[in-house]
Design a protein around this ligand. Structure first.
Ligand code: AMP
Ligand code: MN
Ligand code: MN
Ligand code: MN
Length: 280
């Protein structure tokens, strides 16, 4: 008998960061969408993991520990997803505590910038949009839309919060070289998330990956939601060039998003070694 097909979605968000669904609802939706192994990877927090794990046990799907770290490389913001780590490990707990307090400080800084831009009560309004500990730019964007200060989340990012705008405060995050070793020490695997989102030249991306590998990074997100087949082929080649495992995930945030539905992306090419071989 052939083995039943497994569907891995190793990148998604709950309302503990900037997703819409509770950890429980997220796991249920994943199950409905045919996902058999899910990693909840909220931004800089693991507060949703116990709830997601309980729901996964009820639903009979596998849950892998996950988190998406905000960090810096060469003056740019980059995201590193950590998978299958021991969440009780002191080193990773310390980094996560630090990320939480950095995010709190950053929230205040973003609020100050938005106040200056004319958006009153920015801090309170952004906090009111959040259900969990990790407040970020999307909460500000949602508050700005709700208050009629911007017409859409997209517009809020375009004018105030996106790359290079006043509310894009990233200098606060640690260098990725300070985060990657803690992931390995906690027996986890570090995945460079959505490599094409950084809009790097090929030379720069290769330099980033050299550094990533030097610090113990183990995998590249070869498939990030629905993407062009040529991008998948290209990223698979890059993963193999750097002897990196390959990961895949939707980066799901909300049911209303027309991209990034849970479990909805093409499978990894045969040529790569899947990241789950690291823990299965
Ligand atoms: P932060 O964690 O505060 O840096 O916010 C980053 C998050 O904002 C990303 O994970 C996305 O979910 C969201 N985001 C980034 N750029 C945009 C954009 N242009 N429009 C809507 N959401 C965005
Ligand atoms: Mn996000
Ligand atoms: Mn990301
Ligand atoms: Mn993400």
């Amino acid at each position: 008998m052939s083995k039943p097909t497994r569907v891995y979605d190793l990148h998604c968000h709950s309302n503990q960061s900037d997703g819409i669904l509770s950890p429980e609802a997220l796991v249920s939706r994943a199950k409905l969408r045919g996902v058999t192994t899910l990693a909840l990877t909220d931004h800089d927090t693991i507060s949703g993991l116990p709830r997601a794990r309980r729901q996964a046990e009820l639903e009979g799907i596998e849950l892998v520990n996950g988190i998406e770290f905000s960090c810096m490389w060469a003056g740019r913001g980059v995201h590193v997803v950590a998978l299958a780590f021991d969440e009780k490990h002191d080193g990773i707990q310390k980094i996560i505590r630090e990320q939480t307090s950095l995010r709190e400080r950053r929230t205040v800084l973003i609020a100050e910038k938005m106040e200056k831009a004319g958006f009153n009560d920015a801090l309170d309004r952004a906090c009111a949009e959040a259900d969990g500990p990790a407040i970020g730019r999307p909460h500000f964007a949602q508050a700005m839309v709700k208050a009629g200060f911007c017409s859409s989340v997209e517009q809020a990012f375009k004018r105030y919060l996106g790359t290079g705008k006043a509310g894009d405060i990233k200098q606060i995050w640690p260098e990725f070289g300070d985060v990657l070793p803690a992931i390995s020490e906690a027996s986890g695997i570090a995945v460079l998330a959505h490599p094409l989102k950084y809009k790097l030249t090929r030379t720069k991306l290769c330099k980033l990956l050299e550094d990533f590998v030097d610090y113990g990074g183990g995998a590249l997100e070869v498939v990030s939601g629905e993407q062009r087949p040529e991008d998948t082929r290209d990223l698979a080649k890059i993963a193999n060039t750097f002897a990196l495992l390959a990961s895949c995930g939707s980066d799901f945030h909300a049911p209303s998003m027309h991209w990034g539905e849970l479990g909805k992306f093409s499978s990894l090419p045969e040529s790569v070694q899947p990241v789950w071989t690291a823990w299965e």
